[in-house]
Design a protein around this ligand. Sequence first.
Ligand SMILES: Nc1ncnc2c1ncn2[C@@H]1O[C@H](COP(=O)(O)OP(=O)(O)OP(=O)(O)O)[C@@H](O)[C@H]1O
Ligand SMILES: [Mg+2]
Length: 306
Amino acid sequence: MSFLDRRIHLVTGKGGVGRTTVAVALAHAAARAGRRVLLAEIGDPEGGYSAIGRKFGREHLTPEPEPLAEGIMGCQLCAIRGHELFVRSVIPAGPLIKAALASKPLRRFLVAAPSLHEMGVLYHILSLLKAKDRQGRPRHEVFIVDMPATGHTLALTSLPAIILDLLPVGPMARAMREGQSYLNDPTKAAAWVVTLPEQLPVSEALELLDGLRSTEMPAGGVILNRVPEDPFTEEERDALALLLDEKPMHGEVAFRRIGSAQISTAHLKQRTSLPVWELPEIFGPGDEEPAFSLADILAPLIAGTS
Ligand SMILES: Nc1ncnc2c1ncn2[C@@H]1O[C@H](COP(=O)(O)OP(=O)(O)OP(=O)(O)O)[C@@H](O)[C@H]1O
Ligand SMILES: [Mg+2]
């Protein structure tokens, strides 16, 4: 099952490892493969700038998908939008519902109550997955979500089972079952854990994989980001290590990082049978977006041809 064959991808991992960059790179790679891509992040359109938007030169994204680049639409997944869509699907009384949901205290409550927030986001995701274009084809073939930090991902992936336990029948249960039919199906969905080739980030990634498994969210693989390039042969490395043991030298930190990255990478590969995709550290001019170079490397991987 290749990346491109699945409908929805959750890009997750701990803060600062490069989730947004990797999500954008995956979107470019999928668009170049001819897919209609939707790239989304979870957020509040009224709250601050959009990390995805900034990668495409704009400050904000709306809950409604809009074109970001050739083949890529972008939007912000918004709990309130999901609540509105859900309530409308149950009670078809448009203006009244809209007025009720516009109430500030109610909005605050819906967003602050943890499960209600996740429920809204999940419903918004579902409605986007089901959206059709004029020819009746899925409007978005490949849906990539730049997830917020680890805990939020598990809150979202664990939600359907929790709700179904509490409310096994009714419209909410139907929506949650539909959510499960996408998210828990490895032919349709995958979570990708982005991490760095360092000891602590690797153990955190392994923990996150355990967490995903316990919520029945299929994992696609681990994306090791910012892997340092190793320009040395084994003999050169051994010789350099001996020299560095004698006296400190400029470049020592970078040299040691190569070794520790290799150890962490080997540890990760030993502990998981999932694919591990390695992305290099990109050194470009300050204003160059690393996601473009990363998309070239990801292209054969997402097509399943390498
Ligand atoms: N492979 C790479 N090579 C060089 N720079 C990179 C690479 N991956 C990410 N970066 C840079 O690292 C920084 C953090 O990346 P990014 O914003 O994607 O991380 P994040 O995990 O989404 O962070 P946050 O937790 O804040 O959402 C950015 O400046 C990005 O350009
Ligand atoms: Mg980010």
